[in-house]
Design a protein around this ligand. Structure first.
Ligand SMILES: [Zn+2]
Ligand SMILES: [Zn+2]
Length: 146
């Protein structure tokens, strides 16, 4: 089920003087605002996304059907802000850059990796190097007389 809509806290008349974004009772204020806009309790899996990626009280809210969709919005917004095209690019979180989708691996579950192929190869090299150093340190220890 896809439930989407853009709303903001002040639009729905919640008194921001008294309540902070942190917690309202044991509930997060943006969830309260989203439910008020939706007119019913949020579905269990639903995530409330801040469209401008801030936690500001006036941030437009998007009700996402799940955290996966929320993550997708974060990726698309980050790519867009970096000057990329969210329809053809994804975001490499390792070196923080946009790259075309075919620069990423797709996992068995159809999800894309968060590190691009180039950065992944670099990560592998570093991992291999440190493993080699560990091994040579160990062999040194073996040969050091006590
Ligand atoms: Zn979000
Ligand atoms: Zn990368």
């Amino acid at each position: 089920m896809v439930i989407r809509g853009v709303i903001s806290a002040t639009e729905y008349g919640i008194n921001m003087e008294l309540k902070s974004y942190k917690e309202t009772g044991n509930r997060r204020l943006h969830r309260v605002v989203a439910e008020k806009a939706l007119g019913k309790p949020l579905p269990l899996q639903a995530e409330v996304h801040h469209a401008d990626l801030t936690k500001s009280i006036d941030s437009p809210l998007v009700i996402c059907q799940d955290s996966e969709y929320d993550k997708l919005l974060h990726t698309r917004t980050t790519v867009l802000r970096a000057g990329g095209n969210p329809n053809t690019d994804s975001w490499c979180s390792y070196k923080k850059h946009a790259a075309p989708l075919n620069h990423f691996y797709f996992r068995m579950n159809g999800k894309i990796t968060t590190t691009c192929k180039v950065c992944n190869a670099e990560k592998e090299r570093i991992r291999r190097k440190s493993r080699k150093m560990e091994m040579s340190n160990m062999s040194e220890m073996d040969t050091t007389p006590n």
